[in-house]
Design a protein around this ligand. Structure first.
Ligand code: GLC
Length: 512
């Protein structure tokens, strides 16, 4: 039960770094990132101070959805490397004190998965019922611009269901053989030592058994945005029991893609489903104190009483990067870093946000993703000079703007860079139980300043974020000295002067 977890359970204090392998680092010069590329750059993550890595899918895949269409869950796509490479990654991560999470995609396979090939071979196939076949479609809509969630299969004269592309048929989790096969996949990776999984669209495995039309689909929305069926919870409870039977506090982080904290909370179950779930309202939030305040208050009022540990995420591989959402402002991205790393809950960083990357601008002839998500998936620039560490074929997508200035090399060398800001903030977080685990309490402040106290026992920190584009006066009760400004401001360690520059954030410590 969540209520009995010790505060010191590792994933509560963790800071997770998401690697999108295609764009992280290329070792073999084919223009696509790979696992040896990740191995070669693990030190970047250690230097930053994140302690857990989540790797987006590297499994065998025809790549209709960049690896989220899997044709073998227990093997690695040659584009990324081999099973041995992944074993090395698990071992090398552990040797550096990093934990490693893999992506688990339970809702659908690729249409080239042998299970689906068998299922579609005939109505009498022993695997026919591993997927969802119907004589008549209903009005359900797929995501990624795919239109109807049903595709007609000429040979067997039925429609199959897919919440995403037609190349991603949905598994039927009501079939016990599917449950057993997918649990086998989890065991395969748990036995190899992974520390847990990020579960893709964790709310989608249960389908409405009545197959009723849905008004929101008729209005043009995709099912993934609101599918919320009791059976998804049963699926998660089964996965949780399996994962809990392994030693070492393995963790399940679910992608519950419903933009409602109240719904997301349901996926923690009674401490018997997800350990943590993404909560995406902040991922859509513009640079606006009212929107942020509302999201954060809601997490606190709903999740804390339920003993559900929150997560915070501003960017990922499916959404426009937050710096780009904040009109390209690096200043805002720096203030947001202080906020992200000092809220109550586990932060998830998306590769490149520590370099201050913006989305790449992708010309129409370079577009790859049917869902239009290429901009945030652009390659990481490693070296200042072109080809920025991508030394063979040009990378599969163009670089983000100003790759030299935002290269890891340049960011490391510049002590005032956003990289060092993230690094400092993570250092402060590691050293302070209040920042890692403490209560969160809002304090009175002008409307454009978000100010809160974190407290754990005697350890106290205050965090203030000025969203306004002008300097504001603010004197919190008590005497405080600055531990870290997002940028500018007086020297760290000096007394907080009771004002914040425009779009500036600060972490304060009590004056002793
Ligand atoms: C999740 C993934 C996304 C993928 C989709 C289908 O939302 O994050 O990249 O396209 O699931 O697997």
């Amino acid at each position: 039960m969540t209520g009995t977890y010790s505060d010191e359970i590792w994933w509560k204090s963790a800071v997770v770094y998401q690697i999108y392998p295609r764009s992280f680092a290329d070792s073999n010069g084919d223009g696509v990132g790979d696992i040896p590329g990740i191995l070669a750059h693990l030190d970047h993550i250690c230097r930053l101070g994140a302690d857990t890595v989540w790797v987006s899918p590297v499994f065998k895949s025809p790549m209709a959805d960049a690896g989220y269409d899997i044709s073998d869950y227990c093997d690695i796509d040659p584009l990324f490397g081999t099973l041995d490479d992944v074993q090395r990654l698990i071992d090398e991560a552990h040797a550096r004190g990093l934990r490693l999470l893999l992506d688990f995609v339970p809702n659908h396979t690729s249409d080239r998965h042998p299970w689906f090939i068998e299922s579609r071979s005939s109505r009498a196939s022993p695997k026919r019922d591993w997927y969802i076949w119907r004589d008549e479609p209903n009005d359900w809509r797929a995501a990624l611009g795919a239109g109807s969630a049903w595709t007609w299969d000429e040979k067997t004269g039925q429609y199959y269901l897919h919440f995403f592309l037609p190349q991603q048929p949905d598994l039927n989790w009501r079939n016990p053989e599917v449950v057993e096969a997918m649990h086998g996949v989890l065991r395969f990776w748990l036995d190899r030592g992974v520390d847990g999984f990020r579960i893709d669209v964790a709310h989608c495995t249960g389908k409405d058994p009545t197959f009723a039309d849905h008004p929101r689909c008729l209005a043009g929305e995709a099912l993934v945005d609101f599918n919320d069926q009791p059976y998804s919870h049963e699926v998660l409870r089964g996965i949780r029991r399996l994962v809990d039977s392994y030693p070492g506090d393995r963790v399940l982080v679910g992608e519950v893609n419903i933009r409602s904290t109240a719904s997301v909370l349901q996926y923690y179950g009674a401490g018997d489903e997800l350990h943590m779930s993404f909560n995406f309202p902040p991922l859509d939030a513009p640079w606006d104190p009212i929107v942020f305040r509302t999201c954060i208050r809601e997490v606190d009022t709903l999740m804390r009483p339920a003993d559900a540990w929150p997560t915070w995420v501003l960017s990922n591989h499916d959404n426009v990067r937050h710096r780009t959402r904040y009109n390209g402002s690096l200043r805002r991205a720096r203030a947001a870093a202080i906020l992200l790393l000092s809220l109550r809950g586990t932060p998830f960083l998306f590769q490149g946000e520590e370099l201050g990357l913006e989305d790449a601008r992708i010309d129409p002839d370079r577009r790859v993703d049917p869902g239009g998500r290429d901009g945030c998936r652009a390659p990481l620039p490693w070296t200042e000079q072109p080809p920025h560490g991508w030394n063979g074929a040009p990378p599969w997508l163009p670089f983000p703007p100003n790759p030299g200035q935002h290269s890891a090399e340049r960011q490391w060398a510049d002590s005032g860079s956003i990289f060092h800001l993230y690094r400092h903030a993570l250092e402060l977080r590691r050293a302070s139980p209040a920042l890692r685990l403490g209560d969160w309490e809002e304090i009175d402040s002008p409307p454009e300043i978000l100010a809160f106290r974190r407290r754990y026992g005697d350890d106290v920190r205050l965090v203030c974020v000025n969203f306004a584009d002008r300097e504001l006066q603010f004197t919190p009760p008590g005497k405080w000295r600055a531990a870290l400004y997002s940028e500018g401001g007086p020297a760290a360690g000096t007394r907080f002067p009771g004002k914040l520059e425009r779009e500036q954030a600060v972490i304060l410590e009590p004056e002793t």
